[in-house]
Each structure stands twice: as C-alpha cells, then as structure tokens.
Write a protein that binds this ligand. Sequence first.
Ligand SMILES: Cc1cc2nc3c(=O)[nH]c(=O)nc-3n(C[C@H](O)[C@H](O)[C@H](O)COP(=O)(O)OP(=O)(O)OC[C@H]3O[C@@H](n4cnc5c(N)ncnc54)[C@H](O)[C@@H]3O)c2cc1C
Length: 364
Amino acid sequence: MEEKELVIIGAGPAGLCAAIEARKKNIDVLIIDENIKPGGQLFKQIHRFFGSKQHMAGIRGITIGEKLLEEVEKLQANVWLDSTAYGIFGNRIAGVIKSRKKNVTVKAKAILIAAGAVENPISFEGWTLPGVMGAGACQTMINIHRVLPGKKALMIGAGNVGLIVAYQMLQAGIEVKAVIEIMPKINGYMVHAAKIKRFGVPIFLSTTILEASGKNEVEAAVICPVDQDYKPILKRTKSLDVDLICIAAGLQPLNELLCQAGCQFTYKPYLGGNVALHNENMETTIDGIFVAGDCSGIEEASTAMEEGKLAGIAIAEKIRKRKWDDEKLEVRNRLNDFRIGTFGEKRKISKMEIEKEYYEKVKN
Ligand SMILES: Cc1cc2nc3c(=O)[nH]c(=O)nc-3n(C[C@H](O)[C@H](O)[C@H](O)COP(=O)(O)OP(=O)(O)OC[C@H]3O[C@@H](n4cnc5c(N)ncnc54)[C@H](O)[C@@H]3O)c2cc1C
C-alpha cells in the first residue's frame, strides 16, 4: 500500500486545478486518470469556449488543457496515467489498476473524486446496433483517435453538445444529414446552431427517432415529428440514409465511486440528476472525501476549474489545519459570477439546496 496526502481521481479541469492549488500549499498530491493523456474533456474541445472572458471564453479547450498541464508539471504533482481507480474502501483507501497492469492500493488523508460525467442514453428500436453511439464517444473518436465513426450521420439533440459535435463531424468530413430535437426549440447557443445551418444541415424541432434500422449495423434512421404531448405523429414518419446515429441527450455525474464510498445523494435535475451532497468546501457526507466538477453536478469546464480550486484549497486547510479563507472567498465569488442567466441561476439555487441538505443530513 502506498501513502499520499491527497489522491485525486480524474485529471480533467477540476482535478488538475485542485492539484495545482494543493501543490501550491505543499500537499503531496497523486492524480490518477484512466486516459493516456491528462486533461479530461478539454483535449476533445477544438472549439473556442463560450461564456465570459474571465472564464476563458474564446480560448480553445485544448489550449486551456495545455496551460493546466504545464502548471501541474511545474509544481511536480505525481500523475498516474492509463490507471483506473476501481474502488474506495474504508479509511480513505483507493484501489487502482496502475498502468493497466498492477493492482495498487493508496491510502490518503483526503480523496477528491473529479471523475466527470457519463452520457445519458436514449433507447429506441435498434439502438444497440453498431453505429449508434453517444455524441461524446463520436467526439473522442474524431478528435482524439482520428477515426471517422461513419460517413453519413444523424445527431439526436440540439443542446450545445449536439450542436458542437455535429459541427466537428462536418469539419472532419462526415455528412450530417440532420439534427433532430424533441423540444420545440433549440437548447444550445444560437452561435453553434448558426454554424451548422450555414453548412445546410437542417435542424428538425419537435422531432424524435423511432428506429435505427439495418442488418448488422446502422443503415437508416427512422424519424418523425411529435405532437404537443411528445407523442409521435406516425403518418409523418421518414427515413434518413445514415450509418451513424449520435445521441446528445444530456450528461449525468459519474457517481459510482462516490456511491461506493457511502456518500449520500440528492436529486437535482438542473445538475444532471443524482448528485453527492457536499458542503461549501466540496466535502461530501463522508469525512475526507471531496467532489468537484461535473461529478458534483453537470455544469461547464469553467465551473469545474473553480470547484477544483476550491476543493484543493479546502483539502490543504484540512490537512495542514490552517485557514485560507480569503482565497476560498475569491473562488466562491467567481463561481457566483459564473452561475448567472437562465441555466446558471437554476444551478446556483440547486447548489445552495445541496449545501442546506448536506448540513441537515450531517446534523442527523
Ligand atoms: C461537446 C462539449 C463541448 C463543451 N464545451 C464547453 C465550453 O465551450 N465551455 C465550457 O466551459 N465547458 C464546455 N464543456 C463542458 C466541459 O467539458 C466539462 O464541464 C468539463 O470537462 C468537466 O470537467 P471535469 O474535470 O469535471 O471532468 P472531465 O473533463 O470529464 O474529466 C474527468 C476525468 O476523470 C477520468 N476518470 C473518470 N473515472 C475515472 C476512474 N475511475 N479512474 C481514473 N480516471 C477516471 C475521465 O476519464 C476524465 O479524464 C463541453 C462539453 C462537451 C461534451
């Protein structure tokens, strides 16, 4: 068994920012990530970030990732790549398969779970055929592995992920036949919708998928409009000639390790579903187990970075028995500034409810 002061599971923006803050306070940090390169979602994001300048709008995800990695390297945090944390056991022990070969257990004074999110599936006739995949999986194949998962595609979902990935598919040379959205309006930013419309891709609103058809793989998608009660209008069904169907139906926090550690959860639809209860320092209901980023509620890379910083500072406080209140206040103010607008306000309220519920649970 190895011993570290802080083990961080997940080297996305949340995990890397936490490592940077903790290293600045001289905490012995180990970051674990299952990928061969750290950065989480950032290295798939070849587009310029949306949001405000303060939160790196206009900068590409890959550039943000590179800057964070440079800093982590400078501060000499230990990083284990190609390594999967498979369990959290009593007394803050993480079980890890290191470099895909060796089973190692690491005992820590604190564990931060920053494992990110998982894509929501939707099921329909033929959805298990090869050629049906999450939009995130398609983005990974194109932007990381440089593999085209198909030639003619249908994208399901007109939120930001669906729109951005549809555009990246076009950039990679895939013919996007349509984007369909069951809601009567586009949920993503208009700037992303406009980009794919300029390519001549239709966005069909109030429309759903009925079936992926094909013998051994996807050969067509059957789509149809829905009425105001979201019931398919079957007489207006049509078939699209595609070999790839991507699902962008939202994300939910990747909760398995938190669940296994015994953390308590609450349901918050504006944060992606079941979220581990955590306090203003990102500590869960299990002493010494912290959470940050998409894992603590689906938001954006900018909030993931700030939550990671907050967790890093709070963990250093706990380990060193010191206070860095001013630094934490600055981060919390930035998080508040970011959580504005229609979606941001709802997330801010959900986060406040989580904190309240945390104290109610901990008291009892
Ligand atoms: C298409 C798309 C476009 C986006 N565009 C923007 C944008 O413009 N602006 C913005 O602010 N946000 C954007 N986002 C959101 C942003 O990418 C995420 O909110 C952010 O990456 C979350 O960071 P994270 O550190 O919580 O998780 P992640 O970046 O997902 O990192 C988590 C890491 O943990 C690893 N991991 C998980 N489980 C384990 C385990 N058991 N053992 C080891 N490693 C593990 C994962 O492989 C991953 O590397 C976009 C997302 C998508 C999908």
